[in-house]
Design a protein around this ligand. Structure first.
Ligand code: BGC
Length: 242
């Protein structure tokens, strides 16, 4: 479906930033510079987390919000051309779902859907060289950019790493709780070295709720991305083709 043109208010378009997660759905309105215009709304993810049940929650959440011009959605799985292709922490009916078109029809606004880590990355990257973002939350998010272009589909999370287990098995929230801070930090350090050898990135950004548990010194080429930077991604998404 072609995207509608956005209404340009004097201060630029208002973006509804949506973060779809395995435990919560979050939303807020941002001005054209990424400044929050509302509080962050949060509703628990329904169980089972089917597309129909989650869309109902999202529609109900926007009923209480002021008007917006366009929507940016971060989704916790592989997204290509507006379709959700994997959904490890949600219901399997998301596989192959045309989320971008469905939301555009429901909200009657231009919508862009992208992997959640990629949205954060868009807010952080310098658009120079090879840049990788890793997000440490419930799951492990990863997104790779070359000269500011996203390579959609990179999923470090479910790639085998050690002893038949995946990166997410060692670095996700459950692993942090199971292994404790010290071992988790050792594993994070190893994983960073591994990604450096694999992608030879020029810059690495680290985000997500558990980034604050990282306790070793990071070189200048690695930057912790704050939640605010992450929000900017919802606006920056509109300045990129992907
Ligand atoms: C998913 C990724 C997502 C990450 C963070 C992983 O389990 O496979 O696509 O970015 O969780 O939500």
């Amino acid at each position: 479906m072609p995207e509608r043109t956005t209404r340009q208010s004097p201060s630029g378009p208002i973006t509804l930033a949506v973060d779809i997660g395995g435990s919560g759905i979050k939303m807020m309105l941002l001005d054209s510079k990424g400044k929050p215009l509302t509080d962050r709304l949060r509703e628990p993810t329904p169980a089972p987390a089917t597309s129909a049940a989650m869309l109902d929650v999202m529609m109900a959440m926007t009923r209480n919000l002021p008007d917006f011009d366009r929507v940016s959605v971060g989704f916790p799985g592989v997204v290509k051309r507006g379709h959700t292709l994997t959904a490890h922490n949600l219901d399997s009916d998301w596989i192959g779902f045309a989320l971008q078109d469905v939301l555009q029809t429901k909200w009657k606004k231009p919508v862009r859907v992208c992997n959640d880590a990629a949205v954060q990355g868009f807010g952080a990257i310098q658009k120079s060289g090879v840049e990788l973002i890793l997000t440490f939350g419930t799951g492990l998010g990863s997104a790779l950019f070359t000269e500011g272009h996203l390579c959609p589909g990179l999923e470090l999370a479910h790639h085998p790493w050690r002893k038949g287990k995946t990166y997410e098995d060692y670095l996700g929230h459950e692993a942090l709780e199971k292994h404790g801070n010290k071992r988790w930090n050792r594993l994070v350090k190893k994983a960073i070295e591994q990604t450096s050898r694999l992608f030879n990135w020029d810059y690495l950004y680290i985000g997500g709720g558990n980034a604050e548990h990282i306790d070793f010194k990071l070189p200048e080429t690695i930057k912790i991305v704050s939640n605010e930077d992450g929000l900017l991604g919802g606006v920056a998404l509109w300045d990129h083709d992907f």
